[in-house]
Design a protein around this ligand. Sequence first.
Ligand code: SF4
Length: 211
Amino acid sequence: MNQESLFDAIEQPAENPDQVHSSEVDLDAVRRVAIECRKCRLAEMRKHVVFGEGNPKAGLFVIGEAPGAEEDNQGRPFVGRSGQLLDKILLAIGFERRDVYIGNIIKCRPPENRNPLTDEIDCCKPWLMEQLGIIQPRILLLLGRVAANTILENNLSMGAMRGRIIRWKDFDCVVTYHPAALLRNPNWKRLCWEDVQMLRAHYDKVCPGDA
Ligand code: SF4
């Protein structure tokens, strides 16, 4: 596949309403509390808490860093330019948005899109842990160094984390570049493509018969 056609492939979905019902109810209960959260200073500046969205029984949970301006406006994760690229990346390996769950480490937008501070991450991470506990995905796709360092509790570079499956708690983690970084540096798309192909092959092994 050449550079131009990277992330331009496509494919399908399917989910069982009976299986998702309980998780959907539990997630909605957590979401209703989270959208009122004022545990850190970011509550003062946000328009919306961006809780996350997707399949409540997803085998794959995609985790980014924090909402940007468009996400803050809409209250939905990955809906700006980065989100459009994420959609293409997922489609290129056969997932639609509704197949997976998408969220961020931090639920409210940091001012000027700065990196979240340690105390903000500490305040917000419990929401993500609740989501992980309810959804129980098999695989986490960690987008960018902030998300990966936070989840994996390390300080490693992208180069040291990407290109392999990393076990963390009950999850198999794949680290790759954040779509915003790919928009700034398209040369990294090739590495991202390798990462997500590896992810897809692993998904087919641990979640056979799913999307
Ligand atoms: S960033 Fe997280 S902890 Fe801080 S106010 Fe928003 S939801 Fe609460």
